[in-house]
Design a protein around this ligand. Sequence first.
Ligand SMILES: NC(=O)c1ccc[n+]([C@@H]2O[C@H](COP(=O)([O-])OP(=O)(O)OC[C@H]3O[C@@H](n4cnc5c(N)ncnc54)[C@H](OP(=O)(O)O)[C@@H]3O)[C@@H](O)[C@H]2O)c1
Length: 225
Amino acid sequence: MSTTHLVTGATRGIGLEFARQLSQRGDVVLATARDPKNAGELSGFRLSIGGLDVADPISIEGLTEALSDRPIDVLINNAGVGSPTKSIADCTADELQRVFMINSIAPMLVAKAALPSLRLGKRKIIVNISSQLASITNNTGGSSYAYRASKAALNQLNKSLANELGPEGFTCVVVHPGWVRTDMGGPNAPILPPDSVKMLLKLIDALTPADNGKFFNNDGTILPW
Ligand SMILES: NC(=O)c1ccc[n+]([C@@H]2O[C@H](COP(=O)([O-])OP(=O)(O)OC[C@H]3O[C@@H](n4cnc5c(N)ncnc54)[C@H](OP(=O)(O)O)[C@@H]3O)[C@@H](O)[C@H]2O)c1
């Protein structure tokens, strides 16, 4: 039985690969892009593309109307940005706010906007793409101030969402895709997008309500908070 996935940030990297693999296996994909004109690589797949700039709360609010109660089984909050905040000297209010808006706040607003559709879906799954850099336990190297903190905030927000929506049968998780060779991951990353997404889809396909609130590595093991 085919499922319907909503994927944010589908123009490049991991989001594009999600759209490709899901549509190739016959699932329905609602792919979103900040600027659909940049979504050329998506043409030819079995999916529909909508405009969604996750840095703009008004754009996110428009998602509810655009979906108009169309059932969605799985939301993949993938859109994200890196940040050159290597040192405290790089931490400005503008940069921290920019990164928190896209990496932490937007996934919650997208989940809220898509909630009517997710409630009508068969699986009721919300996957927030986090990072192992969010782990406070594993932070022995510092650096990446804004990015680490924004993904740690996403993890905490996901936990609250999981606690609130769990009784309705939702499964809300945060997932590390691995160090992946994309524009963000850079050319030295050891994992190619197709391999990362293959692992992530295996994990997502197998999710059950018992997994609600967990922080997963791409291989299905649990990461420390
Ligand atoms: N690559 C890694 O090693 C790695 C590791 C851990 C976690 N992650 C996470 O995985 C996710 C995908 O990363 P990636 O490596 O595929 O990054 P990427 O190649 O840089 O792609 C980022 C995607 O996010 C979209 N995006 C950025 N700002 C947006 C906005 N305001 N509105 C809508 N879309 C926006 C981009 O769209 P445009 O083309 O319009 O800019 C692009 O499609 C991110 O959440 C990232 O933090 C990646």
